[in-house]
Structure formats: C-alpha cells, structure tokens
Design a binder for this molecule. Sequence first.
Ligand code: OGA
Ligand code: NI
Length: 376
Amino acid sequence: MPSKPSEDYQAHPVHLKHQDFTSFQELPDSFAWTQRSDDDSHYLSTGDSISESVPVIDLSDPNALPLIGHACKTWGVFQVTNHGVPSTLLDNMERITKTLFSLPVQQKLKASRSLESVSGYGVARISSFFPKQMWSEGFTIVGSPVEHFRKLWPEDYSRYCIVFTVYYVPYSSLMAGWEEILDGIKEYEEEMKRLAGRLMWLTLGSLGITKEDVKWAGLKGDFKEGSAAVQLNHYPACPDPDRAMGLAPHTDSTLLTILYQNNTSGLQVHKEGTGWVTVPPVPGGLVVNLGDLLHILSNGLYPSVLHRAKVNRSRQRLSVAYLFGPPSSVKISPLSKLVGPSQLPLYRPVTWNEYLGTKAKHFNKALSSFRLCTPL
Ligand code: OGA
Ligand code: NI
C-alpha cells in the first residue's frame, strides 16, 4: 500500500474519538447500532441458521484450483489450510498484536495515524461513513513500524521493550524485545507476500489466466513488487454485543486480503440470497477474501465480498489482516483475456492509490464509480 496517502485520502480524515473500552459497564448510545426493539434487522440479521458455510480449502488438495474458482465465484471468500505459513509465526503475530493493544489508551493515541501517513493507531477508516461508533481499535502498518513504536514506548523506549506478555519490562531484563517484535512483523509480511502470490495464481489460474497475461506479476511471476499493509484489529469484550458493531459492512480495497483471526469468531460475510454468514475460526486456517481490485481485474467475474465483524460479550477478539495490492505504478483494469466482443470491459483502469482515494471519499460507491457500462 502506498505509505503516502493521495489528496482525496487526506481530504477525508477520520476523527479520533477514542475511548477506553474497558471503562464501560453498559453500551453507550453512541455505540448502539440498533435498538433492541427495532424491526429493521439489516445490521443484526444473520444467516447462521442456514446450513451454508464458507468453503475451507486444503491447499495440498490436487483439486484446490477448481475449488478456489468455485469459492471465488459464489462467495468471494474462502478459508485455506495447509498453506505453508508456520503456526509459530501466527502465534507470534497474535502475541505482538495483544501486547500492542494492551498498552494504556493514552499511550496508543500517541502513535495515531496522521494526515501524512496511513500507518499508525486509530479507529476504522470507514467510521466517518456511519452514524455510530464501532467497538474496535486498529493499528495499520505500512513499511517499517519503528517510528510508531518509538511513540508507543516513548522517551524511555531505550529502557523499555515489549515482551511477549501483556506487560512491559525493563529493557535490561530482556534485550531482544524490540528486535524480536520488528523481526516477527517482517517475517510475517514476507510469509504473507509469498502466500498472497500463490493465492493470486490459484485465483487467476481458475479463470484460465497464465503468467504471460499479467506482466506486472514480475519476471518470476511471484508478485514480489506487489505492495501491502498489515492491519491489526482488536475487538474488546462488549457488554451488549447484539447491539454493537466491531467493524461495519465493507469490501476491502485490495486484490485480496489474508486474515488471521484468533480462536474467537466475529467475522461475517454477506451472501446474496442468504444473509450474513459467520466465518468460524479454523485451527491453523487463514481466511482469504477478494477485494475490489480483483473484482475489477476479473471484470466482475469474482466479486469482492461484503463483510463485517461482530463482537463478543466475554471474549476479546484479535485479527491480523494482510491487505495485498498491486505495485503502486500499475493500473488495474479487466484482464484482456476476459474481455472480447461479447464481453466488454466493465471498469476503467485505476491505480491502487487512486482507488484508495475514491474509497475514502465515496466508500461503498467507489467500485461503481469506475464502472464503464452496465451489463445488459
Ligand atoms: C479488515 C476486516 C475483519 C476482522 O480489517 O478489513 O475486514 O474480522 N477485518 O477483523
Ligand atoms: Ni475488511
């Protein structure tokens, strides 16, 4: 993800009204998305009574390619197992996330996102499009998080370090803290980039796309030049989870997103004709959801999936989203193999940065604003 936001992005800042979630015994009105008595159950309806569930695909299965193709077309989301990312790395990342969010709120606010940078701590970027606040906090990492960590562990950052517990301890007692954390994040990013490249080919391969068709995938076709962000999310336990919203319905502005969730459910995806379906955590599994740029690249064949996060009464939930997109100079447009005389390109070319700017301005109307013509 470009680390410097576009003008449109900067012109639509998100105002921090940050709260200390632990201080609430009851859900404040500003966080109550619907009244309990409301008939309008759009936000609260779930399709959980329906037996449909998001496909779980074993990447070592010889049939993985067609299974992924089917999942992309019908759901826009699937879970993967046997993906090759070591579980120790996932556990490590979960500990880092937990450590970071357990800092005092005043401390976290010092590392807030700013107009100049998309990185840092804050409420969800989409907050400004909704009248109610979301029961979550986030930390976005684009490039090195060192500068933010300096703010999180401020004047005495040289004396204190993060350890893999919820406390911080004197630096002298554990020298490796800082470096371990930075290395952990870097390693996570490298593994995720590798997996994202693989998933891109499984997804595009299921449409008959080959390496010759995507020049920007690089000489080796490994998407190494693709840019990305890591989004850490924390959904504290909530006194009235049915009326609260962790993260409001949205689609991601990515090619694809790889989401790690701890052992607490909360992610829900919307399926046409079915409603909201919970994506339960699968041990060792990762959720893959298609974003708006893949929707454009596939000329609408693979839809970006609308999703949201709910919260729990007694359990906090953590998630780590790897937001994967194209190299910043690349304009994404429908792949030429997927268009022809009978199938016109449905979207005009757009760079990731331009798309993020439009999303910051128009939110869920961004995708259609790049639409060229409506299908018959
Ligand atoms: C996101 C997202 C879902 C979750 O970060 O874009 O959709 O379950 N997260 O945290
Ligand atoms: Ni998302």
